[in-house]
Design a protein around this ligand. Structure first.
Ligand code: ATP
Ligand code: MG
Length: 389
């Protein structure tokens, strides 16, 4: 490539997804968020870059293609992106010449090609004419149906883009554009996937993990911290609450019959989470249940565990099978951490058989035995907070 001409820039062209369905004003806010996320995720990888944030596209100027593309594939709000040449303020003739001089590097002698042209508003010629004039200079065989190489040519107010291969983006909406949610993370497989799906729809995650240290080792805490670091691939920053749960568990174990204990653990986790959410203005809770997966994840038990919760609880995995959840966990790189052994705070104190259909009256009666308020206040005083960025 001829780099003498400084009109020719290299980098990535980025396309938005659903942003286009929004009104002008909302689009502006979402785009600003996307630009900021992009910028901090790229900076974190120490990539040299410059962002051109236009209305219809973003251009990221960089020479660090490999690292940049591995960041871009995780950025919510992009439907696709492509490594591109950007011919800034170039005329059609200049662009056509550039292709004429370089196509031999892009398409081998025996390879077929197709031009995919979006000529943009500034070029008055008809698209067919544009295609014809570019194709004339390319001495390779045309195959529109099944070409070996595609050349995408996109004309914009700012200049011409030439690229070859679109990569799938992460989709969703820019993270942080849809408020904040508090995700309950156990260290297991499901909850980080649930958190990911909500983050993908644009809500900034705050994480909360209940641990049973010193009754058990710190394994679940360490796993949650590791998961948090992986999550920084998708979200520029992450706040993590670590909450000691062992005092509450001891009290429950002492006073509640075995088959109801899990229900009490869940009920209390949600109530404590809710009180933090209300205090900090996090607008919903996120958990990782899938309907019927285990005995605590049945409809009667959801009713009981959620009885005192006044803010929305999102359970994005509710309709997914374990297989599907695992597949996603692998894809987002949390699976290998999640399957490391841990003494789950709940399995530790839980017999094999839990009721799948508890009765609210019984639960309320039993609850009177617990000195919950005192315990919850104590727990809230002992919270540890870690900020990742
Ligand atoms: P996971 O794979 O996320 O552990 P699970 O299928 O094992 O989920 P449960 O153990 O029934 O499900 O827990 C249901 C949900 O409750 C979890 O997905 C998580 O959101 C929350 N949860 C469970 N244990 C904890 C914990 N120790 N700290 C925070 N949240 C928890
Ligand atoms: Mg679990």
């Amino acid at each position: 490539m001829d780099n003498k001409d400084n009109k020719i820039k290299q980098g990535f062209i980025l396309a938005f997804g659903e942003l286009f369905l929004k009104s002008e004003g909302v689009q502006k806010i979402l785009k600003k968020r996307l630009d900021n996320n992009l910028s901090s995720l790229l900076k974190k990888q120490k990539i040299d870059f410059r962002i051109y944030p236009w209305r219809e596209r973003i251009f990221v100027q960089t020479k660090n293609f490999k690292k940049t593309s591995s960041v871009l594939k995780n950025v919510f709000g992009l439907v696709w992106f492509a490594q591109t040449f950007f011919l800034e303020e170039a005329s059609f003739e200049e662009m056509n010449n550039f292709i004429k001089e370089n196509y031999q590097d892009w398409i081998k002698k025996d390879e077929s090609f197709a031009l995919r042209v979006k000529k943009g508003p500034l070029n008055k010629k008809r698209t067919e004419q544009v295609i014809k004039e570019i194709a004339e200079n390319i001495e390779r065989s045309v195959d529109l149906g099944n070409p070996k190489k595609e050349i995408f040519i996109e004309g914009r107010k700012q200049g011409w883009f030439i690229y070859f291969k679109k990569q799938k983006g992460a989709g969703g909406l820019p993270n942080g554009s849809q408020g904040k949610v508090l995700a309950l993370i156990s260290g297991g497989i499901d909850s980080p996937v649930a958190a990911y799906l909500i983050a993908k729809r644009g809500a900034e995650n705050i994480w909360l993990h209940f641990h049973s240290f010193p009754l058990v080792s710190k394994a679940s805490i360490e796993k949650t911290k590791e998961l948090a670091k992986v999550f920084l691939n998708y979200q520029p920053k992450l706040k993590l609450y670590l909450i000691p749960f062992s005092e509450i568990q001891k009290e429950i174990k002492l006073k509640i019959p075995a088959k109801y204990r899990v229900i009490f653990y869940r009920r209390l986790m949600l109530e404590i989470a809710q009180s933090i959410a209300q205090k900090e203005n996090y607008q919903a809770l996120v958990t990782g249940e899938s309907l019927g997966q285990v005995s605590s994840q049945t409809l009667p038990n959801f009713q009981i565990t959620q009885e005192n919760i006044r803010i929305p609880i999102f359970q994005p995995l509710i309709g997914m099978d374990k297989e599907e959840i695992i597949q996603l966990a692998e894809q987002i790189k949390t699976f290998d951490i999640s399957i490391k052994p841990q003494e789950d705070c709940c399995t530790l104190f839980v017999p094999k058989h839990q009721t799948a259909a508890a009765k609210l009256e019984i639960i309320k009666e039993l609850e009177k035995e617990l000195s919950l308020n005192r315990l919850i206040i104590r727990v809230l005083e002992e919270i540890e907070i870690i900020e990742y960025n």
